[in-house]
Design a protein around this ligand. Sequence first.
Ligand code: FES
Length: 314
Amino acid sequence: MINVIVARKQAEAEGIYSFELASEDGQPLPPFSAGAHIDVHLADGLVRQYSLCNSAAENHRYQIAVLREPSSRGGSQQMHDAVEEGQRLQISAPRNLFELDGQAQKSLLFAGGIGITPILCMAERLHHAGAAFELYYSARTRDRAAFVERLLASPFSDRVHLCFDDEQGLDAATVLANPPEGTHLYVCGPGGYMEYILGSGRAAGWPDERLHREYFSASPQVDATSEAFEIEIASSGEVLQVSAEQTIVDVLYDAGFEIPVSCEQGLCGTCVTRVIDGIPDHRDSFFTEAQRAANDQFTPCCSRAKSARLILDL
Ligand code: FES
């Protein structure tokens, strides 16, 4: 855990504040790479992940940006209403689940709304490295888009395409037609936007291994009904009942297995556990389609079972 001070809080767009976090003791912060995020520990035990959006070459601060989400479970409200300049916060060291591929000949970066945060950092990194890229930034309106001035003032502004729904929206099918060899696609944004970009990419023939994504918040599982099932601990044969109201992580915790968790929404991959037998009901946004289809690992913080029993490698 790292103790930081909120050195700056600034309104960036309608419903979006940025926060600059500096180490409490003035020591350099741990390094990070473009696409990394930190966990921010808030009151009431809430832990939220935010992508870093400052240059990865900096070590004196981390910058994050937070969209107020009315339907959130309280994290963004706390960040907007209760976190002020000068306040102490505890954060994790940066982790990166959304790395740039070092072999890419060109990168297409797609940001939807607040999903601009890791994408901005990636664009700055690619520019610094002299790599080829284009950045497509979609938002409903210009007022709701953070960091537009920073992008337009950047030395790579000619590679930035602003796609506001009320001006000129994005036609992903045209942009993604005929996937060039060696080009990788990175996307971050709300669930519907991500599905639009990834679906357009797949329809145009982009291979899965060149599609990279980071959800900034969980896709709501509104259709997901929950039923009871069993889990079996492979090492001991112990069988545990998971009721419709319980998560697997909670049941395991009560039985003495402490699975590390962070987001508890299927976003971060902290809780990933191997499955030896049975079919998980994957409810995460972390794995690729191919990884889910293999059914040999899952996220027990939010996923459940399609089969009557799951045997876990514990
Ligand atoms: Fe983040 Fe399970 S705790 S995916």
